[in-house]
Structure formats: structure tokens, C-alpha cells
Write a protein that binds this ligand. Structure first.
Ligand code: NFE
Length: 479
């Protein structure tokens, strides 16, 4: 008989995620044979933005999440830049990049040390590290002590990355400084030099601590190059504009199907959002976000998630640092749980290194803002990359007010449920075949989920348990 394992909530991620897997013997080994990934919270930001002033969108959408608010801010103002037909001066473009880059660094460091490492390393014998699972710990006592010490150092580096972003961004994590046509901060030489001091300490940490630590995990857990592959379709909208027109970016826009090294252009008209297994109205299946609606339908037979299921040309696609680095040609070793961690670490170095160049390109005294006026009617899309992957805001203005607002977050792509064809979402696909040594401590399942760095968001928590199966409920999965 298959064991059903329910991990609810999955710990060490933002928001509430429930994962349900069936584990059985296959080819002589115990492994995941089915998976359901549920977002158990209703977000609803799309609803509360309708009828508001367009300039509210960057402030309101940041509150979707405390980890990636800078990306929501940027996606919102990029959409408004286009809707208002206003360009962005170089100083503003650079400060937008520097504040976003600071946010990437804090998010990636947080993810590796504080959200992921406890899946591999036993923490000290005290809360919050204990109680914890003991299955499949491979580091010896010396390496464990070093990694735990680096966990603590990483807290300091993460704080410093926030402080660095705050130099130009204002109060973090929700910077008030992004606005259509530019940025509100006027940079000074003192700010530039302070930023450089933070950045060089952070780059030293990335080179001497973060990258070596990720390689220690890779060496000892190299079996995770074969675990957690998923659909192998990788999508990136691209991020960090290098010119005023957004024609060149540090991380390019593109799409790779089935793990191909050949990169295709992205056409957002190929995106559709499915709701057959989501708690949204049946009549709204398969819409492109430019015509998208958010109408909750709960309860609903067969539905198991508050996430819609976005698909690209009908395909489930993975987004995130591995997708970006793959599309950019910077990381092509493979697609797996371990490759996600390594690509994220090498992306941190790439972004931080580029930031050293950008901060030197600010010209003190040059403008940071272009004047704009708000048209009564407009439609535009803001496409960028949050730390966890492709992020899009679809905006419609009517009568000078927001009349439609649709958002597809990275985790919506990765943690999506089945679509109307029954196709599993990316994390669901990645979980199939994952070996499970001990059904009472399914750490392997946690490792695959965490490799995507999921982040769920805000509101109501709804869970239902069915009968007739053996349930192993890991409500208290550790730390
Ligand atoms: Ni809440 Fe986010 C990122 C966005 S995840 S962290 O990165 O957008 O969906």
C-alpha cells in the first residue's frame, strides 16, 4: 500500500504551502509516485487594486511579500513607464538595478543558509534548530560546525545587503523610491562610497564562504544532480536593464524547451492561466493575463490550490535563477535540485560583480526623473525577474484608475497545480521519482521543494483530509 505523506505547512519558506506525496516501491526502491502542491492562502491583490490610483500599484503590490517586494515595485513601475510613455534617466535605471541587486543578494543568501542548509546539516542542540529530522546527515562534526558558523555569518551579511539597498532605496524591505519615469532618490558621492564599502564585504563573503559552501553540499550530495528535475522547460523575462530602452540586460529574456541549449524568444501572448484544479471560477480557464480575472470559487470539486496554473504554449515551465542562468548561457550543467542551488549561488556572484560596475556609472548631479502625465486609458505589461523567477504585472487603466491588474509570480509558475489536461505543475513533476528513505522523515521531498525556493502569499488557510489512505502527517516538520 502506498504511503501518503502530507507536509503542511512546508517549513522554511515564505507563506503557506502544503505538499502531499504518495510514496511506493518502484523498481525496487521507495520513491514518490504522485504529488500535489497546494497554495493554501488566497492572495487577492488583483481584486483590491481595481479602482485605485495607478501610482498606488508599486506601494500596494510590494506588500504581497516581504522577501521580493523590490521586484513587485519594479514590475509595477515598468508597466506604468510603458502605460505613461515615459523614459527613465540612466541614474534612475542604475539605482533601480542596485536596489534590486541588493534584494537578490539578501534573498539568495537567506535561501541557502537559513531556508535550505537545515535540510542537510544538523544545527546546534537548541531551538530553533531542534527538534529536527536525523535522516541522511552526511557532514562530519567539523564541517557541520563550520556550516553552522556560516549560517550565523550569513545573518549579518543579509542585514548588510538590506542596509546597502536602503542607501538608495529608502526603508527596506519596502522601498518607496521607485516611481514611473525614474526614482525619487538623488544620489550623492557619500552614498556611492558607502554602497561600495558594503558591496566589497558582501562580495568577499560570496567568494570565500557562500560559493565554497555550496560546493561542499554538491560534493557530498551529488546524487541530487539526478533528483528533482521537473519539466525541463525554462523561462526568463530577463532583468537588470543595461540601457535606457531595455534592449540589453545583464540576464537575458528567453525560453529553453526540454533542456535545450537553444534559446527561443518569449511571447507573452502564449501564456494561459488554468483553473480546473484551482479555487477560481470554472468559466475563467485558459485566459491570458491581459484578459485575466480573479474570481474565487470555494469550495470546488477537484480543486486543491489557490494558485492558478500558468502554462506557456500549454507547457509547465520552471522559472528562477537556474532558468535565468541557463537562458543567459552562464549555467548549463543540468536541471536538478542541486543545479538550482548552484545556479542561484553563481548568479549571486554575477549580480554582485555587475553592481560594482553599475555603482561607478552613477553621475552625481544628473537627473533621476522624467515628468509624466497619466492617460485616462492605457494598457501595459511590466515584465521583470524576482529572485525566484519571472514576474509579470499586467495593468489596465480606465478613467484614470486601475481597471484590471493581473500578476503572475514566479512561485505561481513553479508551484502551480495540474491544468485542464491533467499536466502536473513543475514542482509536482520534480517530486515524482524522488527517493524517500524514511516516510516519517521525508527530507528528500523537502530538499526538492526547497530547491525551487517557493514563496506563497497572504490570507485564508484551508485544509481538507480525505479518508481511506494511510496518512503520515508531518505537521511539525522541523525548523
Ligand atoms: Ni515572496 Fe517572490 C520572488 C515574487 S515569489 S518571494 O522572488 O514575485 O513568487
Amino acid at each position: 500500500m502506498a504511503n501518503k505523506i502530507v507536509i503542511d505547512p512546508v517549513t522554511r519558506l515564505e507563506g503557506h504551502l502544503k505538499v502531499e506525496v504518495s510514496v511506493d516501491l518502484k523498481g525496487g526502491s521507495q520513491q514518490v509516485i504522485d504529488a500535489k502542491v497546494s497554495g493554501t492562502l488566497y492572495r487577492g491583490f488583483e481584486k483590491l487594486l481595481v479602482g485605485r490610483h495607478p501610482l498606488d500599484s508599486q506601494h500596494v503590490t510590494q506588500r504581497i511579500c516581504g522577501v521580493c517586494p523590490v521586484s513587485h515595485s519594479l514590475a509595477a513601475v515598468m508597466a506604468l513607464d510603458k502605460a505613461f510613455g515615459v523614459g527613465v534617466p540612466d541614474n534612475a535605471r542604475i539605482m533601480r538595478n542596485l536596489v534590486l541587486g541588493s534584494n537578490y543578494i539578501q534573498s539568495h543568501v537567506l535561501h541557502f543558509y537559513h531556508l535550505t542548509l537545515p535540510d542537510f546539516v544538523k544545527g546546534p542542540n537548541m531551538p530553533p534548530w531542534q527538534p529536527s529530522w536525523a535522516t541522511d546527515r552526511r557532514f562530519d562534526a567539523g564541517a557541520t560546525t563550520t556550516l553552522v558558523n556560516n549560517y550565523l555569518k550569513a545573518l549579518d551579511i543579509r542585514r548588510k545587503a538590506h542596509e546597502m539597498g536602503a542607501i538608495f532605496g529608502g526603508r527596506m524591505p519596502h522601498p518607496p523610491t521607485y516611481l514611473p519615469g525614474g526614482f525619487t532618490e538623488v544620489p550623492s558621492s557619500a552614498q556611492i562610497s558607502k554602497f561600495k564599502t558594503y558591496l566589497s564585504e558582501i562580495i568577499n563573503f560570496i567568494n570565500t564562504v557562500y560559493l565554497p559552501d555550496i560546493e561542499k553540499i554538491a560534493a557530498l550530495y551529488s546524487d541530487y544532480y539526478q533528483i528533482g528535475t521537473g519539466p525541463k522547460n525554462l523561462l526568463a523575462y530577463g532583468v537588470f536593464d543595461l540601457d535606457a530602452a531595455g534592449k540589453t540586460r545583464l540576464l537575458k529574456r528567453g525560453m529553453a524547451m526540454n533542456g535545450s541549449p537553444s534559446i527561443q524568444p518569449v511571447d507573452v501572448s502564449y501564456i494561459s492561466e488554468h483553473v480546473k484544479y484551482s479555487w477560481y471560477a470554472d468559466g475563467t480557464d485558459g485566459l491570458n493575463p491581459d484578459a485575466g480575472v480573479t474570481t474565487a470559487q470555494y469550495p470546488k470539486t477537484g480543486a486543491y490550490s489557490w494558485l492558478k496554473a500558468p502554462r506557456y504554449l500549454g507547457n509547465a515551465v520552471e522559472v528562477g535563477p537556474l532558468a535565468r542562468m541557463w537562458v543567459n548561457g552562464d549555467y548549463r550543467r543540468g536541471i536538478s535540485a542541486l543545479d538550482r542551488h548552484r545556479a542561484r549561488a553563481y548568479e549571486t556572484k554575477k549580480v554582485a560583480t555587475a553592481m560594482q560596475t553599475w555603482v561607478n556609472q552613477i553621475v552625481v548631479g544628473k537627473p533621476v526623473f522624467n515628468q509624466f502625465s497619466i492617460p485616462p486609458v492605457a494598457e501595459a505589461t511590466g515584465l521583470t525577474e524576482a529572485p525566484r523567477g519571472a514576474l509579470g504585472h499586467w495593468v489596465e487603466i480606465n478613467g484614470g484608475k486601475l481597471s484590471r491588474y493581473q500578476i503572475i509570480t514566479p512561485t505561481c509558475w513553479n508551484a502551480s497545480p495540474r491544468d485542464k489536461t491533467g499536466m502536473l505543475g513543475p514542482i509536482e513533476q520534480a517530486l515524482i521519482g524522488t527517493p524517500v528513505e524514511n516516510v516519517n522523515e521525508p527530507v528528500e521531498v523537502m530538499r526538492v521543494i526547497h530547491s525551487f525556493d517557493p514563496c506563497l502569499s497572504c490570507a485564508v488557510h484551508v485544509v481538507s483530509l480525505n479518508e481511506g489512505t494511510q496518512w503520515v502527517v508531518s505537521e511539525s516538520c522541523p525548523l
